[in-house]
Write a protein that binds this ligand. Structure first.
Ligand code: HEC
Length: 104
């Protein structure tokens, strides 16, 4: 069967809609989270001190025990002293997929 451009486009969108993209999630993390949470999820000690709060490793058992929905909500809406970031739902899904790779 010859792949028509229409069919290819359709395939592209169907896959994109269901598979979370870790690489895209990492790009968001590096841009919006890394300065406070570090490249590997270990908190930036200076930030924790400045914000006067204990920051857990994002790959810790406690953080990883949260559901995808909870991690998404905390990232987008913020949690405790942390402000959230305004990103699209699909981007938040990719971000959470990346957070799962930080698991210790
Ligand atoms: C300005 C610094 C800063 C930035 C930027 C930031 N965070 Fe945070 N984050 C914090 C602090 C501080 C806490 C702890 C908040 C508290 O306990 O009051 C926290 C807590 C969290 C928690 C809860 C961890 C736990 O121990 O339960 C998650 C999940 C999280 N951040 C994810 C993210 C993600 C994802 C991003 C990027 C979209 C991000 N954060 C950006 C400072 C930041």
């Amino acid at each position: 069967m010859k792949m028509t451009p229409t069919l290819l486009t359709l395939l592209f969108f169907t896959c994109g809609a269901f598979a979370a993209d870790v690489a895209a999630g990492k790009a968001i993390y590096d841009k919006s989270c890394k300065r406070c949470h570090g490249g590997d999820g270990a908190a930036n000690a200076a930030i924790a001190k400045m914000m006067k709060v204990e920051m857990r490793h994002l790959g810790s058992k406690e953080v990883q025990a949260k559901t995808d929905a909870a991690l998404k909500k905390e990232s987008v809406e913020g949690v405790g002293k942390m402000k959230g970031i305004a990103i699209a739902d699909a981007d938040a899904t990719n971000l959470v997929a990346f957070l799962r790779t930080l698991k210790q």
